[in-house]
Ligand binder design. Sequence first.
Ligand code: F6P
Length: 353
Amino acid sequence: MTFSPGSLITIERHILEQQRRYPEATGALTGLLYDIALAAKIIARETTRAGLVNILGAAGSANVHGERQQKLDVFADEVIFRMNDHTGRVCVLASEEHDDLRPIPEHHPRGGRYALIYDPLDGSSNIDVNVSIGTIFAIHRKVSVGERGSLEDVLQPGHKLVAAAYVVYGSSTMLVYSTGQGVHGFTLDPGVGEFLLSHPDIRIPAAPTYYSVNQGYEATWTAGVRQYVAWLQGLDGTREPLGGRYIGSLVSDFHRNLLRGGVYLYPGTPEKPAGKLRLTYEAQPLAFIAAQAGGYASDGLGDVLDLQPTSLHQRVPFFVGNRDLVERAEAYLRTHDTEYLARYAQERQGAAG
Ligand code: F6P
């Protein structure tokens, strides 16, 4: 699809144009992407008003990972669910804020062709200090038999994703999505309430600018990660140092590096070989988008998109960004972290077995 420079393209039109390439398409995926964009607008409205209305602070419940859950998390989670529970397009939902799958309620049409997996508000510890946060979506095709969706639909390798998207609520709200035909970014014009195409065909720049890691945890890193980060910093004298940037909100860190080039890492440690991030809710969709933009994501051993998830809230070490930088991380781990990699591989295998 080519749009002449300067033309105003709404996300709706863009999605429709993409659908036209598939004469067999029923419009269900298009409708689902529309609904995601609408949910994003509603969440954006609340996040930007969060300092004004009395919505800040902990909701008093902890999610399955034991993290403090903020009121906006609950709100975003409900908006996305209620936007999609009755459309007949989705067979099952999975939210990072819930232990189990979220089935379609009895009284709504079932038999939808897609499974929707989402992290409603990522980086939520940043909410009450007015720092960018985000939402992540992943869409799989239904593969289970029977009308109701099941875990089988949600636990699929990332290379089977039909689409992935994220929204970053920052100095402006942006929605970035891919259906496997490149990566496209839209900026919300709050005046007209439309997402307008601002970043067509995003490609990660060949020359990287930043590295992003929580340096505060350096004491817990393996030797390979330490040496890799020293290399990124140019400490061994073989390269110019990259700038360090870490927001602590995965979507925002990922988004910046996608546009400027670089690498984000949340490595595993000897104590927690799989690290912190979630495979299905965070790593798979962002790995899919990175790959579509010419980048690469690894768990330290290989392509994140090849991993077969075994449980809903499975964690995974995550290195994502420019391919050469991520491959260099793999090489450092292979050289210096054989013991750690063996443990992680065993844990991964155990989870799969
Ligand atoms: O997974 C949740 C999350 O908040 C990510 O958005 C973010 O990148 C990461 O955790 C930050 O974790 P930490 O505070 O340990 O660096």
